[in-house]
Design a protein around this ligand. Structure first.
Ligand SMILES: Cc1cc2nc3c(=O)[nH]c(=O)nc-3n(C[C@H](O)[C@H](O)[C@H](O)COP(=O)(O)OP(=O)(O)OC[C@H]3O[C@@H](n4cnc5c(N)ncnc54)[C@H](O)[C@@H]3O)c2cc1C
Length: 355
């Protein structure tokens, strides 16, 4: 590298967290990646746009049983995540949750500069993308012109509950988030109307009962409907119109709409990083699970190669081989022997197992 390139690289990496490896995505495969790296003595930082680890297992089917994890005839999806987190504990990975990785740049010296949505920056020697189907984004209220009010009048999460105290609220959704916030704001807000498209709710039955009780006591309203359009006056938000199940359009004047339609995964920024992508998945080799950018690896649902099957157990195998490839990259002069966890004293030391 020339001197000027060197100083540009130094300026870019100033203040960044120095990391051997950054894992993007804390689903089951990202979590197992921590373990496989840890066995080889490599510390990892792990970043996920969700507030909690677990990826699809925790977000989409936490209560469902999984039957094809080796040696666990049946295991709840959240239980699997909890077990993986426990298994990775000895390796003290640093978790950065609730941050989407938005930027990945390869530097001249073959290291990487990464930046998250909260502006956390990493200077890493290797990157492993375990991004699954992509980062989870809120499902949006599907009405014309909604973009103009998102973040100011139409919200997909509650950043600060005090913002809504004394306000007229329309809350959309039938899951736990919608019900929990409805119960929280009934009494604190000037008015609360819950809008849900059908009588069955996905949320906890006790919350549903409590909500109906509040309606019966006149503390809030419940309307069976879907969003129809926004009520606006010039550039001002005035509320929402909903289409009720009887076909009637009803106007709901409001200061804010809170929308809790759940999350869905979106490939998002990963598509912009110069990786070879085929049908929304990153192409990798099957020796190292390395992408077209040397030093950037991809494991789990996010990758593709001939014969790929999007199964947790495939991701576990990929994580093991990617860890060996990362170890070879970080220590090119060193031979990385295969060792058994059963018998290796150094692995016992890393795992905290007394010999
Ligand atoms: C209903 C259902 C049932 C299933 N049952 C089974 C089963 O029985 N057996 C089986 O083997 N598999 C099953 N699967 C599939 C299994 O869940 C996936 O194969 C597995 O979750 C993939 O793990 P992953 O870690 O690769 O990705 P994911 O679980 O998708 O996790 C990826 C994580 O990366 C994060 N992420 C993505 N992009 C970014 C970014 N830019 N910045 C920060 N974070 C990011 C996401 O927020 C997410 O948390 C099932 C899937 C579903 C939906």
């Amino acid at each position: 590298m020339s001197e000027s390139q060197n100083s540009a690289a130094n300026a870019a990496t100033d203040g960044a967290i120095q990391a051997d490896v950054v894992i993007i995505g804390a689903g089951p495969c990202g979590l197992f990646q921590i373990f496989e790296l840890g066995l080889l003595g490599i510390h990892a930082h792990i970043v996920d746009s969700l507030k909690h680890p677990g990826g699809q297992c925790s977000e989409l089917y936490p209560e469902k049983p999984i039957y094809d994890i080796p040696a666990l005839p049946v295991c709840g999806a959240q239980e699997l995540v909890d077990r993986l987190i426990t298994q990775t504990k000895p390796f003290n990975a640093q978790y950065h949750m609730g941050e989407e990785m938005v930027e990945l740049k390869a530097l001249e010296d073959h290291t990487f500069l990464l930046r998250t949505s909260l502006d956390t920056r990493f200077h890493a020697r290797a990157v492993i993308i375990a991004g699954g189907l992509g980062s989870f984004q809120p499902r949006r209220l599907s009405v014309e012109g909604v973009e103009a009010f998102e973040g100011s009048r139409v919200h997909y999460k509650v950043k600060s509950a005090s913002e809504f105290t004394g306000k007229r609220l329309v809350i959309f959704g039938g899951g736990d988030s919608a019900l929990d916030w409805t119960l929280e704001f009934a009494g604190r807000a000037r008015s609360v109307t819950l809008v849900h498209r059908r009588p069955e709710f996905r949320g906890a039955p006790a919350s549903v009962a409590k909500m109906h009780d509040l309606v019966a006591h006149g503390s809030m309203r419940y309307v069976e409907a879907i969003g129809h359009s926004l009520m606006t006056e010039g550039a001002e938000f005035r509320g929402v119109r909903v289409k009720r199940t009887d076909g009637e359009i009803e106007e709901l004047p409001a200061d804010h709409a809170l929308v809790f339609y759940g999350l869905h995964p979106k490939l998002g920024p990963i598509a912009e990083w110069g990786l070879n992508i085929d049908k929304r998945a990153i192409q990798v080799d099957t020796e190292k699970f390395q992408t077209n950018i040397p030093g950037v690896f991809a494991v789990g649902d996010i990758n593709t190669y001939p014969g790929k099957k999007k199964l947790i157990l495939s991701g576990f195998h990929e994580a093991a081989l990617a860890a060996f490839a990362v170890a070879a990259r970080l220590n090119p002069a060193k031979k990385i022997p295969l060792q058994y966890t059963t018998t290796s004293p150094i692995m016992h030391k890393r795992l905290g197992v007394p010999d």
